[in-house]
Design a protein around this ligand. Structure first.
Ligand code: NZQ
Ligand code: ZN
Length: 388
């Protein structure tokens, strides 16, 4: 077992009535607030008005940046950072899903430097400081509400990169499951696939495992498998939405990775799909995951699949290991493509093989992906072809 340091500084306000504390929490960081949001869902749901009322009660001066894109772009980050500099913003309040929160993280960092924010992605520069960030989460998926990662796209160069730094943790996040009632079936499915992928990528780790963490991850995976279909069928089921929301945060807030030695594989491969084709992150992950599981299965890895199959999918442990492993992959497929109803092939979402070679090179950053198994660009290309 490896040594580790665990420090997650995000204060979480979870539940139906926690937004009453919004004004007080935000005003703790200053008077001038930049409110950031996406394409308008928060206006349709009435959340925008509630937020404004909460902020105005505390006499806060509110500036706005709306229109942050799904797969958020560096242009939005640049705009936000400029507003922060021009207006002397004290605190950023992000209201939305992972895209709005990710962009806002880099806005808080970009506001504190005098170079272009994309340099945090194109060079080794790391942010040392940032403006404080508070978030109100509106969909369960990425875990951005409780982690220090922000993923940004540059459409001019077809690049999409995630970078992290301790200063990017939100100071506080408001998690009200009721705010996710309006998330449609497709985004609920994609968000659930994303949460599951964060867990699978961590669970299938080349290092030694820890019983306590394995059991926790198995429980989180079972939570997604149990409640995603409920939330899709009954959008206003509080129990389902609450379980998904809290699972989203804990799948990627650092806890499950405390014992991990290897990196992730499906995420870098998927980020190339979204970078080139702007597809929804969770959908890309769903399509790649079964192929990736098949590609990595051999005598050296089979034990992990058996544990996954027996403890998560309830498979009969008295079968041959390879049989259990293959059944576990089939169960995962059935869930992603049957229960969640997501497309199962890249070709069905408009992706051909025209960029596979380049995307594979980029996913490996010119070398390799060091995840559950070590992948060369040729391996990545094979997985793309298996998913075509
Ligand atoms: O933009 P609006 O109008 O708000 O609509 C959004 C958007 O169209 C809508 N939506 C969000 N909350 C809603 C709602 N619609 C109705 N009611 C609500 N309550 O849903 C759509 C998708 O939103 P988005 O924020 O893009 O989704 P998600 O949370 O899945 O974020 C995806 C982004 O996060 C990155 C992904 O790569 C992608 O760019 N990731 C971030 C990670 C992190 N920070 O740790 C890790 C992940 O692995 C991931 O890479
Ligand atoms: Zn993800």
């Amino acid at each position: 077992m490896i040594d580790f340091v665990f420090n997650n500084p995000t204060k979480v306000y979870f539940g139906k009535d926690q937004l009453q504390h919004l004004g007080q929490v935000v005003s703790g960081y200053g008077k001038k607030v930049l409110l950031t949001y996406g394409g308008g869902s928060i206006k349709k749901t009435g959340l925008y008005d509630k937020v404004m009322t909460g902020l105005k009660e505390y006499g806060l001066e509110v500036f706005e940046l709306g229109g942050i894109e799904p797969n958020p772009r560096i242009g939005s980050v640049r705009k936000g950072a400029q507003i922060c500099k021009d207006e002397g913003i004290d605190v950023v309040l992000a209201v939305g899903g992972g895209s709005t929160i990710d962009a806002s993280k880099w806005i808080t960092a970009g506001a504190c430097v005098d170079f272009d924010t994309w340099e945090f992605f194109s060079t080794d520069k790391k942010p040392e400081k940032s403006l404080p960030l508070v978030t109100i989460l509106t969909m369960a998926a990425t875990g951005s509400e409780m982690d220090a990662i922000g993923v940004i796209s540059n459409p001019e160069t077809n690049e999409k990169y995630g970078r992290s730094a301790p200063c990017l943790f939100p100071r506080a996040s408001f998690l009200n499951p009721e705010l996710t009632y309006t998330v449609g079936r497709f985004q609920t499915a994609c968000g659930s696939a994303d949460i599951l992928s964060h867990l699978i990528e961590t669970y299938f780790n080349p290092g030694e495992s820890m019983y306590m963490l394995d059991s926790a991850m198995e429980g989180f995976m079972k939570t997604v498998i149990k409640y995603a279909p409920v939330a899709m069928a009954e959008p206003e089921n509080y129990e389902a939405r609450a379980n998904l929301m809290w699972a989203s945060s804990w799948a990627i807030n650092g806890f499950t990775r405390t014992c991990q030695v290897g990196g992730w594989s499906c995420h870098p491969m998927e980020h190339e799909l979204s970078a080139f084709y702007d597809i929804t992150h969770g959908l890309g992950l769903a399509i790649l995951t079964p192929s990736w599981l098949r590609f990595c299965l051999d005598d050296t890895t089979v034990d992990r699949y058996v544990k996954f199959g027996v403890n998560v999918w309830g498979l009969d442990p008295d079968q041959k290991p390879m049989v259990i492993a293959r059944q576990a992959i089939e169960k995962t497929e059935e869930f992603l493509f049957g229960t969640l109803g997501l497309d199962d092939k890249l070709s069905k979402v408009g992706i051909g093989d025209e960029n596979f070679s380049l995307m594979a090179q980029k996913a490996c950053k010119g070398t390799f992906i060091n995840g559950f198994k070590k992948f060369t660009p040729a391996d990545v290309e094979t997985i793309y072809r298996m998913s075509l």
